[in-house]
Design a protein around this ligand. Structure first.
Ligand SMILES: C[S@@+](CC[C@H](N)C(=O)[O-])C[C@H]1O[C@@H](n2cnc3c(N)ncnc32)[C@H](O)[C@@H]1O
Length: 585
């Protein structure tokens, strides 16, 4: 993520009319395609037949290295006074040295350096924060509270930088995009501490100034000091009242600044929740919360009881779900042994819903068409073999009452409530990327994993009874999991993704036999990726009908007006997962 990118995406701009900005003066310049292995014509390639070549490996980001970028010229003036910065951690004591005009020796604070390195790696190398952070913590030997601090500072800064850049702009004589990226990242880290943490202001400023002196340069540290001192004069709420656009004149811009999301995402989420700005605000706020770690106990292999015995709490909706309040999920034995796994509750439920649709006739061939890295395939694998051991809750939301839009008819065969699959079925798990197919293979027991392009099926038409299509998407429903993701997503990817989603859905429908069912799932609530895609196929094909997906999730309320089911972070505490259930006539 380049700084330019952030600047483009961050919700700032003269049209916001924030007014009243006084700035510190200061001078400082500054989806590849896999190797379709083809299965065997008949749709059930044997396990271990993935044909990809080369060594598969998890994509791993290289840990960041600090780059002292050298001091940049120009001592800032501005509102900050002179004098030594306070000690890190807000001890309140005097800084060592610093008398007689010589600046005190900067103190290196490892947690903040790790947070800073993460920000730089995200900016310079497009690193994924949640993949890189564990590596950085291990390399720097940070654990316990220090590791928690480094993580909170880095993730919080990445989430909040849209808001923080507006505030920096109000406190500086330069727009954020004109500030040298290493310096800007350090300033953002300081702003986050000042406005969103309980770090005492003098410690937030002092540790950031030290960080800049060590990692960027002495001249830059004076500039950072000036900006941060100005930021420290107001609370976050006070700053928002100054820098956020008027909600009456520009409600999207207002929410974008207050909740630190790009404007286009705010607009898309507003549309997805039906235009209600209060609900949009609740959703954006939920995106800024760190999600709890959700676990799935794969039926027949583990149980919610086993997970709760390891300290987890039972999930609200999923009969196989549990939440880990703290600690490393890998330390849970069932997870370490792949009998349980980390999986969002909505991901569990959409997979479960697919298995609950009653079928007439054969029900032994299942396909997961976009399976990598294998979350849903792992749960389907267990249900296919051991059955849905939890059963279906008694309450039912009116199964069979399909009210699809457009040219869609009601569910054939009359009302058919959810059923618990009794086992047993054989799953084929296809994935276009070889290294992701390997992950599917590692997490499933009996699924036949194949590296294949779902749009060019390696199986015969109508070969399957149930098809899971968890389509590639923008991932706007999982922003809370990936702190930097909102600044990386680009609305220009939507048309191409839309084409792929439609091609995959056509292929999924062709892959299922008459009477069989397809689950179309996205981890995005964007209407262009959800109802628009499904609506197109319903209009174009008279052999497809939509079921009321909510009826197969009777334990969950608030899934929308149907016939689709839409999960929400602010309502369900899950990712914003979309589910359509389509039956082939
Ligand atoms: C949303 S992810 C699936 C997540 C997975 N179902 C899970 O629960 O872990 C979408 C996957 O589709 C794969 N993919 C993209 N294009 C594909 C294609 N043409 N055929 C098959 N898989 C594809 C991507 O590589 C990615 O792994």
């Amino acid at each position: 993520m380049s700084n330019g990118g952030k600047g483009r995406n961050a919700p700032r701009g003269g049209d916001h009319g924030s007014g009243g900005r006084s700035r510190a003066t200061g001078g400082q310049g500054s989806g590849g395609r896999g190797q379709g292995s083809g299965g065997r014509g008949q749709g059930a390639p044997g396990r271990g037949q993935e044909s990809g070549q080369g060594t598969a490996g998890r994509a791993q980001s290289v840990p960041g290295r600090g780059q002292g970028s050298g001091g940049r010229g120009g001592a800032p003036g501005g509102p900050a006074g002179r004098g030594g910065a306070p000690r890190p951690h807000g001890g309140g004591g005097k800084r060592p040295g610093g008398r007689g005009g010589r600046p005190a020796k900067p103190v290196r604070d490892e947690a903040r350096n790790v947070a800073y390195d993460l920000l730089r790696a995200v900016d310079e190398r497009d690193a994924y924060a949640n993949l890189l952070m564990p590596t950085l913590l291990r390399e720097r030997r940070l654990s316990g509270r220090d590791a928690g601090l480094a993580t909170e500072l880095a993730y919080g800064t990445l989430r909040g930088l849209g808001t923080y850049d507006e505030i920096v702009a109000a406190c500086s004589d330069r727009a954020p995009e004109d500030i040298d990226p290493p310096l800007l990242d350090a300033i953002r880290l300081g702003v986050h501490q000042l406005l969103k943490t309980r770090v005492p202001p003098h410690a937030a400023v002092g540790t950031t100034v030290d960080l800049v002196r060590l990692r960027v340069g002495v001249g830059a540290s004076k500039y950072a000091n000036a900006v941060l001192r100005k930021v420290s004069t107001r609370s976050l709420e006070q700053w928002l009242a100054i820098v956020a656009p008027d909600p009456a004149g520009d409600p999207v811009g207002h929410l974008a600044v207050v909740h630190s999301h790009p404007r286009w995402i705010v607009a898309a989420l507003r549309d997805a929740v039906g235009g209600d700005f209060d609900e949009t605000a609740a959703l954006l706020a939920a995106d800024n919360e760190r999600p709890r770690v959700a676990l799935v106990a794969r039926p027949g292999r583990s149980s919610v009881e086993e997970l709760t015995a390891s300290g987890a709490e039972p999930a609200a909706y999923s009969p196989y779900g549990a939440y880990l309040p703290e600690g490393d999920p890998a330390a849970v034995l069932a997870v370490a042994e792949s009998r349980a796994a980390v999986q969002d509750e909505a991901s569990q439920l959409v997979a479960l819903a697919l298995t609950r649709v009653p079928l007439r006739g054969r029900d032994s061939r299942w396909l997961d068409m976009c399976a990598g890295p294998g979350g849903k395939a792992g749960l389907l694998d267990a249900i296919a073999i051991h059955g849905d051991l939890a059963g279906v809750p008694a309450a039912s939301g009116g199964a069979g009452s399909a009210v699809p839009g457009g040219a869609v008819s009601a569910v054939s065969g009359g009302a058919a409530g959810p059923v618990a699959f009794a086992g047993r079925a054989h799953q084929v798990a296809a994935e276009v990327q070889y290294h992701r197919a390997r992950l599917v293979w590692q997490t499933t027991r009996e699924a036949a994993v194949v590296t294949a392009d779902g749009t060019v099926p390696a199986w015969r038409p109508g070969a399957f009874d149930r098809v899971m299509l968890d389509a590639p998407c923008t991932g706007l429903g999982a922003l809370r999991r990936r702190p930097e993701a909102r600044w990386r997503r680009d609305p220009r990817s939507l048309p191409e993704l839309g084409r792929l989603q439609r091609d995959l859905l056509v292929s999924a429908v062709d892959s299922v036999r008459p009477g069989g069912v397809v689950a179309y799932v996205t981890c995005s609530p964007h209407l262009a990726e959800t109802v628009a895609v499904v609506g197109d196929i319903l209009r174009r094909r008279d052999d497809v009908e939509a079921l009321d997906a909510r009826a197969y999730l009777p334990e969950v309320e608030g899934l929308g007006d149907g016939p689709y089911a839409q999960f929400w972070p602010h309502r369900h505490g899950t990712d914003a997962m979309f589910l359509a259930l389509l039956r082939r006539r």
